[in-house]
Design a protein around this ligand. Structure first.
Ligand code: SF4
Length: 360
């Protein structure tokens, strides 16, 4: 069901239902969070396939409950998470908190610390799935979130909405640290303000000493995202980022696990962009052997990106990966629940954690 919803998307009978959708940004986007049973999942609602989806969710009642229909028949009941209270606040200098960080899934505070990227400046280099500049251009966020702003919003999101962990991602700035420096200063400020587990996400920095500095600043877990894995797919989908060879990622994974611990380093793998089932499973196996959690998510075509017309993977393709993958992390001593912070712990962008639960 979750695979099918994430593949086909969801039409909204009431476009205003639920928390404001996540549009644009650095990661998978154009989603809305809904909770089905125990699982909160991000489901595409603003993508081209979603507008044609056979799944429709009715207008929610006063408590946020609504039924999902497939070709006219009710197939599930869902809940929309309540609008976070911190969205009503602004900084003293008038920046709405929601332009600094947003709620992801059920209880994750997420921010893109730097909303620009060296790879986004040219069509020839940009990752073709990425929309990091779109929410900035649309005025939904600000370019650089200062450590003080992040600390202020994190404190409020914990106090008012009970967020449990935080994801800090970043566009890649010029320089050898690849974003590690701004993540380090941001995490230090947040940790001083509030006790909140933090995942930082960046490309592998050129020096592995950054891992020690990141850890010392209060970053609990680290995401370094391969996105796609086969050489031809890397060159086609992310021509700039593919200049960093896979061998560098794997060196950095090994060094990061030394610092953060097994299971506290993860990598996003986007399924549906050309990598075969076998390539994704082989890479996942290699990552798990190193102690890195492979967070495999279905690709979502974001409106306005070069891949907006690229079909998302179908449910059968995701099942072919997530079925065999579901038992692999646990066998390697890694589980979503023991990840201290971040996408693997949240799990809302993939059905992987649902598969893991049923594989036990
Ligand atoms: S899995 Fe990561 S990107 Fe997806 S909703 Fe959760 S925190 Fe956000």
């Amino acid at each position: 069901m979750i695979n099918a919803l994430q593949s086909r998307g969801l039409r909204l009978a009431d476009p205003k239902a639920g928390v404001e959708s996540r549009r644009g940004g650095a990661g998978p986007s154009d989603h809305k969070a809904i909770t089905i049973g125990e699982s909160t999942v991000m489901v595409p609602v603003h993508t081209a396939p979603a507008f044609e989806s056979p799944f429709v969710i009715e207008q929610p009642d006063a408590s946020g409950r609504a039924r999902i229909f497939h070709d006219g028949a009710a197939v599930a009941e869902a809940r929309f998470p309540a609008r976070p209270r911190f969205y009503d606040l602004s900084t003293e200098d008038g920046v709405p908190y929601s332009k600094i960080a947003v709620l992801h899934g059920r209880d994750v505070l997420a921010t893109t610390v730097l909303q620009t990227c060296i790879r986004y400046q040219s069509r020839a280099k940009t990752c073709r799935f990425c929309a990091i500049g779109q929410s900035l251009a649309a005025g939904r966020t600000i370019e650089r979130k200062t450590p003080a702003q992040l600390a202020e919003v994190a404190r409020a999101a914990v106090a008012l909405d009970g967020v449990k962990h935080m994801v800090m991602t970043t566009g890649t700035p010029p320089g050898d640290d690849r974003g590690a420096a701004i993540l380090t200063e941001s995490a230090a400020a947040v940790k001083e303000a509030v006790d909140l587990p933090i995942q930082a996400q960046c490309e592998p920095p050129d020096s592995d000493r950054w891992f020690d500095r990141m850890k010392a600043s209060g970053i609990d877990t680290l995401g370094m995202h391969l996105e796609v894995v086969s050489p031809d797919v890397r060159a086609r989908i992310m021509p700039g980022k593919a200049e960093v060879p896979l061998s560098r990622y794997f060196e950095a994974f090994a060094d990061a696990v030394e610092v953060f611990g097994r299971g506290q380093v993860s990598s996003y793998l986007l399924a549906g962009l050309g990598d075969s089932v076998e390539a994704i499973l082989e890479t996942s196996e290699r990552l798990i052997a190193l102690g890195v959690y492979p967070f495999v998510v279905p690709f979502v075509p974001i409106s306005g990106t070069p891949l907006e017309s690229h079909a998302p993977p179908d449910a059968a393709f995701m099942h072919a990966i997530l079925g065999p993958l579901s038992a692999m992390p646990r066998a390697g001593g890694l589980t979503a629940e023991t990840i201290k912070a971040g996408c693997g712990r949240c799990g809302a962008c993939s059905a992987l954690s649902t598969y893991e639960r049923s594989a036990r």
